[in-house]
Design a protein around this ligand. Sequence first.
Ligand code: PLP
Length: 395
Amino acid sequence: MISKRLQASLDNAVCIRDIFEEGKKLAAVYGAENIFNFSIGNPNVAPPSIVNESMKEVLDSEDPLTLHGYPANVGHPDVRQCIAEHLNSRYGLNYDQNGIVMTSGAASALAILCNTFLDRDDEVVTFAPYFWEYKSYVETMYGRLVPALCDQTTLQPDPKTFEAALSPRTRMVFINTPNNPTGAVYTEESIKKVAEILCRKEKEYGHPIYLVSDEPYRLLAYGGLKVPYLPKYYKDTIVVYSYSKTLSIPGERVGYIAMLDNVTDFDNILAGITASIRYLGYVNAPSLQQKMLLKCVDATVDVSIYERSRDLLYQSLTGIGYDCIHPDGAFYLFMRALEPDDARFCERAKEERLLMAPGTAFGGPGFVRISYCVPYDVIERSIPSFERLYKKYRP
Ligand code: PLP
């Protein structure tokens, strides 16, 4: 028997991967070219060539015993220094390598932070819709995730629901921009408002509230849009970054936690993070992948490929009559379902061989998430299916 806590979590989960797997089964029956699987966020743009080049170079040049041995739990010092300098030159801040901790992607960083900060029944507030795994990371550490629903027309943080979600038990706020599942990039105005509320609440409660900025899509923003860098707006910000999406290497499991040294209780938090890396069994982020970053820290995938897909999908869907919130980043589009029950809408969409994830799975009922990290021609060929689906509801 698995634990009651885990069983309860499994019983409540709406598993996006199940939809993806169903898509594969349908492809076996109807032919892959006739199935339009928009259910999962697995990058489809090739990693930049520097990724492989750099890995080969590391393998050829580094001493094997050092390269394949245990690095420090927090990561290789030269890699941490390189990331600190990269952030300083990009955002004009003063990170030190001590404030950079290498992690196995953003997922492990979030789990590590939950272990670092949460006691039983402590709360983590997040803006809904949100990346569903937040709930798992928080509840695994016996905490409670408290969603604050975003404004339903803009999908920007709503100051009223946010303030109402905060309580003396709030230890962290998870924020994710560009956002999965909505594709929204939170505006500077939204961020300033969030920071203002947090500053006020920190004073009122008499303890820090850490803003955890989960940023796997930070560099995936379109139309020249600048994504506000959160540590500039709120002192107690802890950045979580991942190379999974910006370098298209989710299988390689590498990312980092970044903290400026003026974050409240910096030394104590660092000690907690370092211990949590061990206690949770990560030990360290993969050594080769860390070293690979020395040459890749400024590289990104060809973002214009996602932007072109975004444009085609958004224009086609709105042209048909669907109500979509214009996505400015990541590779997701959030579309209003044509009936209140978004799960039923997704079921009907399957009749047209369209696989999408119901918004309910992300705390965003009434919508569906379309992951457009698929080849351009898949989007082109899917449009008649979207047309037929629309006509079923609005003949
Ligand atoms: N956070 C968000 C918002 C995500 O969408 C994902 C992955 O899809 C993650 C975190 C975890 O990413 P990884 O662990 O691959 O870095």
